[in-house]
Design a protein around this ligand. Structure first.
Ligand SMILES: NC(=O)c1ccc[n+]([C@@H]2O[C@H](COP(=O)([O-])OP(=O)(O)OC[C@H]3O[C@@H](n4cnc5c(N)ncnc54)[C@H](OP(=O)(O)O)[C@@H]3O)[C@@H](O)[C@H]2O)c1
Length: 294
């Protein structure tokens, strides 16, 4: 089959393209600007989106492109809405014209984090900030524009070899600071982009419309995740717990993040599909792939 990927040069997009190629499917990599091996597609350009999808005629689009600067979205929401809402709308419209399936990647930030048990796909969303609201708008526009031929996949706390991510940051800080302060009152499920990529391609191969929660099994705080990263790296540097409020004050972050964003993977279970590995196994797999100098 032929799968077109948006944001193909991003952290998740790179792993998704590799997985598609590994399974012997045709992959069309798209991204902003001109780049070797990429089809140029700025998803905010409605006409270009329609033309590109019509010309390339994929069976499925895996839509990984997004405005992911969470603090930036809070300070200036318009660009986040332009990419996450309008861009997703353009792709849904283009997919509708071309008879293509669309898998839109979304986020745990659509939830307010007030639950104390995992969120199912049927829980009501209530984003706390502009990034989550813009992603929620993208979800709504995809559902309304492409009924019956879309899948929304919500995921959380991504880390992958091809991006800026939490494990790299913690390793860097553990090398240069006497202690590493990390938030202990936010709980979620850290997810390796390679594991998610496999599941996204499974869905592309066997589509069934709806909303899916796909993240690692298990849960932890950022503090516990950081402890696992330093322990695996053999660092002696202590990780010290701080509150989300202390982090926001110290780093001047305007973003309110959900305190609890663990997701139940009910839709996968209903379809009889396996869960992702536990986050501790995912971290071990990831660290085995990381170059020594990262
Ligand atoms: N990272 C996380 O922890 C996390 C958690 C939950 C959900 N998600 C979701 O997972 C998906 C992938 O995230 P990621 O962390 O892999 O993101 P990423 O590394 O920031 O990659 C995003 C990609 O989108 C591209 N892009 C931005 N604006 C575009 C536009 N107007 N037209 C075309 N491409 C555009 C970027 O291209 P440039 O390089 O040109 O900017 C980049 O390649 C996103 O939907 C995100 O919302 C992420």
């Amino acid at each position: 089959m032929k799968i077109l990927v948006t944001g193909a040069g991003g952290m998740l997009g790179t792993d998704v393209c590799a997985e598609i190629a590994r399974r012997g499917h045709d992959v069309i990599r798209t991204g902003r600007g001109e780049r070797d091996g990429f089809v140029s597609l700025d998803i905010t350009d409605t006409r270009k989106a329609v033309e590109t999808i019509r010309r390339e005629a994929p069976d499925t689009i895996i839509h990984c492109a997004a405005w992911t600067d969470v603090d930036g979205a809070e300070r200036t929401p318009d660009p986040a809405y332009r990419v996450n809402a309008l861009g997703s709308w353009n792709l849904a419209h283009a997919a509708g014209e071309a008879g293509t399936w669309l898998i839109g990647v979304s986020t745990d930030f659509v939830f307010d984090g007030k639950k104390i048990t995992p969120y199912t796909e049927f829980d009501v969303t209530n984003p706390l900030g502009a990034y989550g609201a813009s992603k929620q708008a993208g979800e709504v526009l995809i559902r309304e524009t492409l009924p019956g031929r879309h899948m929304i996949v919500r995921t959380s706390w991504l880390f992958g070899v091809h991006g800026k991510n939490f494990p790299y940051t913690i390793r860097r800080l553990a090398e240069k600071l006497p202690e590493v302060p990390v938030v202990s009152d936010q709980v979620g499920s850290p997810t390796h982009t390679r594991d998610l990529a496999r599941k996204l391609v499974d869905l592309a191969e066997d589509p069934l419309p709806g909303t899916y929660h796909i993240a690692s099994a298990g849960e932890c705080s950022w503090f516990e995740f950081a402890q696992a990263i330093t322990a695996a790296g053999g660092f002696d540097t202590p990780v010290v717990p701080i509150t989300a409020q202390m982090y926001a004050d110290r780093f001047n972050s305007p973003t309110k993040r959900p305190a609890y964003s663990v997701m139940d993977h009910l839709a996968l279970r209903m379809r009889g599909m396996d869960d992702l590995p536990h986050w501790r196994d995912a971290l071990a797999d990831f660290l085995a792939l990381v170059p020594a100098d990262r």
